[in-house]
Design a protein around this ligand. Structure first.
Ligand code: ZN
Length: 177
């Protein structure tokens, strides 16, 4: 089992390292992707994870299949219900475009338990990245996925949402129910 690194650990404050494209298919990187997916799956409220959050200072984030399911209005979030959706890997992601329109959004983080706050984010974002096979792609997003792109890219640059948030409150998990 892979633990999620918590605020205070210096790895969360480092600028994560770019991965040479010819190393993406290496056993080492593929193992890290596997570890990240497993760590994310174990977090009921997790929608994405960045490599520094499992202690790897590398430019990778993964968006949970839950996000694709939510976007489709899918309600069954059990493992079986989610089986037709896939976690999406972003390696060496770069934000290419942000909308001028900004929204004040609720945000939390698997590495900043259990704080939540309001963060200003662009409503739309476009990223380029490499997938787990080393193929480059471009993805535009709005809503939750655009917010995730910005939150996760911040992780790769050593930034946590609490650096930018206001109205921060602590909400312990038992109150979520
Ligand atoms: Zn986070």
């Amino acid at each position: 089992m892979v633990d999620i690194v918590q605020k205070g650990n210096p790895v969360l404050r480092q600028t994560a390292r770019t991965i040479p494209v010819d190393e993406i298919r290496s056993a080492k990187i593929q193992k890290i992707l596997e570890d990240m997916k497993n760590a994310l799956t174990l977090q009921d409220d997790g929608v994405a994870i960045a490599a520094p959050q499992i202690g790897q200072s590398l430019r990778i984030f993964i968006v949970s299949k839950k996000v694709a399911a939510l976007a489709k209005g899918h309600e069954d979030m059990s493992e079986k219900g989610l089986s037709k959706f896939k976690d999406v890997v972003y390696i060496n992601p770069e934000i290419k475009k942000l909308s001028r329109i900004k929204l004040r959004l609720d945000e939390g983080c698997l590495s900043v338990r259990y704080l939540y706050g309001k963060v200003e984010r662009a409503e739309k974002a476009t990223v380029t990245a490499y997938d787990e096979k080393g193929k480059k792609f471009t993805k535009g997003a709005s809503g939750l996925l655009a917010q995730i792109f910005q939150h996760e890219t911040d992780h790769l640059n050593g930034i946590l949402f609490v650096d930018k948030a206001d109205d921060i409150v602590e909400v312990l998990p038992e109150k979520h129910a």
